[in-house]
Write a protein of this length. Structure first.
Length: 190
């Protein structure tokens, strides 16, 4: 396993602090204290708190975007693609609990990267809606508002970072399968 660089450690610890206190409440002094170093030492590895936030959020947004592009280009039908989206969110969320908190709660604090982030987010949501529309056209998904479906599914998937740490015996494959059952097939029995 690759050893973590000092910059990666700073970003990881900052993401944890951002989740616990909120981006606005965390100072570079807080970060330095958490790491047991002087604040001035941080600047040898990172330019600013904003640069840390950019790294956290943009790297995750780009990972989701890359995942969505792979899903779109797969040979799966719309249901298979929806299952892959759920698996993508479970995998990324489980590996980036703290970063996901920043992605969901602190994105509005981005400065120079805000427009880029918003474009990635809008494109991702549009790609998601396109898959739902394909499913509606193929008669595999109920003909209900695709934007509301997308919002409902993504609201659950975007909050996994809150729920996953509370589950000690969580198996990611089982979680993906259960979410597929609930989010795609629903909870109603006939």
């Amino acid at each position: 396993m690759k050893q973590e660089t000092r910059k990666e450690e700073i970003i990881r610890v900052a993401a944890k602090l951002f989740k616990e206190k909120g981006y606005s409440a965390v100072t570079m002094r807080d970060l330095a204290a958490e790491m047991g170093i002087k604040a001035a030492s941080l600047y040898n590895h990172i330019n600013s708190k904003q640069a840390i936030l950019n790294t956290i959020i943009i790297s995750l947004a780009e990972e989701f975007t890359a995942g969505m592009k792979l899903i779109q280009s797969s040979e799966e039908d719309c249901i298979g693609k929806l299952k892959q989206i759920i698996e993508l969110h479970v995998r990324i969320s489980s590996q980036n609990i703290y970063g996901m908190a920043s992605l969901n709660n602190d994105w509005m604090h981005l400065l120079e990267k805000l427009d880029y982030y918003q474009k990635l987010r809008i494109d991702y949501e549009n790609d998601f809606i396109a898959i739902l529309k394909q499913g509606i056209a193929a008669g595999k998904i109920t003909n209900v508002k695709p934007d509301v479906m997308m919002f409902s599914i993504l609201t659950t998937l975007r909050s996994l970072y809150i729920w996953i740490p509370k589950k000690e015996d969580l198996e990611l494959e089982n979680l993906s399968n259960t979410l597929n059952q609930i989010l795609i097939k629903g909870i109603y029995t006939k």
